[in-house]
Ligand binder design. Structure first.
Ligand SMILES: [Zn+2]
Ligand SMILES: [Zn+2]
Length: 396
């Protein structure tokens, strides 16, 4: 049976997947600079015997594993390869050798898992019909997102996949389990940059000034109206301001105040409408108080939708592979992920690989200096991805 074959290959490959992950972890590269990582991936693919490799988005690759009757159906599997500007605090043998750069989002695990899946799939290629397309992409962490460049560079064409599956580590789910969610799953994320301009001067003489600090205070409060009154309660939205800069003093009112924030939601129409409403409200309010406003909205990733049918089939396949008790439901997650670009083009399924191990103290969230994974999960990371791909080809 193919499932048992994949399981035993995943078991055999576990140490290799772990060692690849450790190599990548020790040698992280920032977004769009994944040159060594890309070379490593290509070399590993060639060692496996995969030669239909194409360069995409400068530091990314697509590669094809063809089964029998290769044009029957194409399914894509995706991994991201970039690291973050974080100083690693873990004292482990595979600690980052690049000060200030760290695989703190598990993209090392995603890349190593997909290489493992590739090796498994290449070995069982006579046992399935169709083609599996691998996507190794750069730049997930930095807008506009490596996925958008992969798509522009034709990663979803020639051949065009019917669906795409991506996995991401999840430190809140115990190793051994995975999580799925049908439909809306992750948020769009837009960055907001506001500068309120007034007229500064002595704090004791406000009647001669236009106080940008007071205007900015009103603005921060008023903007929440867009979320609480203009948005449907059925659509999750969040607006948060994390940076306010007024460089005055106890008795000095500054000329301007800078505000930065994030706006996230789960509906593209509402997202566009909210942008308009925020701009309108902010400009109106600031001008009514005598100030001037620069307001830039930098659009980030779209919201992430898991295709319900593809995700239902993948969930069933995961239950067959891991047992019902090891497949959990995911809640909506208001972070953003550039996998969303693929899911806007073709059917997508983005699922979570549990990597938590409380006994070993592996509990830190992603994007923290103490983030790490339970590496036992990588056996599932490689094997399950391979199984999901062949299951989906079978269900054509
Ligand atoms: Zn991340
Ligand atoms: Zn990530």
């Amino acid at each position: 049976m193919l499932k048992e074959k994949i399981k035993s290959l995943a078991q055999e490959l576990k140490e290799e997947v772990i060692s690849n992950r450790r190599h990548l972890h020790a040698n992280p590269e920032l977004s769009y600079q994944e040159f060594e990582t890309a070379n490593f991936v290509k070399q590993k693919l060639e060692e496996i015997g995969i030669h239909k490799i194409e360069s995409k988005a400068t530091t990314g690759w697509t590669a094809l594993i063809e089964g029998k009757n290769p044009t029957k159906k194409v399914i894509a599997l995706r991994a991201d390869m970039d690291a973050l500007p974080i100083v690693e605090a873990n004292e482990v043998s595979y600690k980052s050798q690049k000060e200030g750069v760290m695989h703190a989002c598990g993209h090392d695990a995603h890349t190593a898992s997909l290489l493992g899946a590739a090796k498994i799939l290449h070995q069982v290629r006579d046992h399935f019909e169709g083609t599996i397309k691998l996507l190794f992409q750069p730049g997930e962490e930095v807008a506009p997102g490596g996925a958008s460049f992969m798509i522009k560079d034709g990663a979803l064409e020639n051949p065009k996949p019917a669906g795409i599956i991506g996995q991401h580590v999840m430190p809140f789910i115990p190793a051994g389990k995975v999580g799925f969610r049908q439909g809306i799953y992750m948020a769009s994320a837009d960055e907001l940059y506001l500068t309120v301009k007034g007229k500064g001067g002595h704090g004791a003489m406000p009647e001669t000034l236009i106080d940008p600090v007071l205007i900015a205070s009103h603005l921060i409060v008023a903007m929440q109206q867009v979320i609480s009154r203009a948005s449907s309660p059925k659509v999750p939205s969040v607006l948060s301001f994390g940076r306010v800069e007024a460089l005055g003093a106890t008795n000095v009112i500054p000329n301007e105040v800078k505000i930065q924030g994030t706006f996230r939601t789960l509906n593209e129409e509402w997202r566009a409408a909210a942008h308009k409403k925020m701009l309108q409200l902010a400009h109106g309010l600031v001008e009514s108080m005598g100030g001037k406003l620069d307001f830039e909205i930098r659009k980030g990733y779209p919201f992430l939708q898991n295709d319900p049918e593809l995700t239902a089939r993948a969930t069933d396949a995961a239950k067959e592979y891991l047992g019902e008790e090891n497949v959990v439901d995911l809640d909506i997650w208001m972070a953003a992920e550039d996998f969303a670009y693929y899911s806007q083009e073709i059917d997508g399924c983005f699922y979570r690989l549990g990597t938590r191990n409380e006994a070993k103290g592996i509990v830190s969230g992603v994007h923290t200096p103490t983030f790490d994974i339970e590496e036992d999960a990588l056996e599932i990371g490689a094997g399950l991805m391979a199984w999901l791909a062949v299951s989906e080809l079978e269900k054509a």
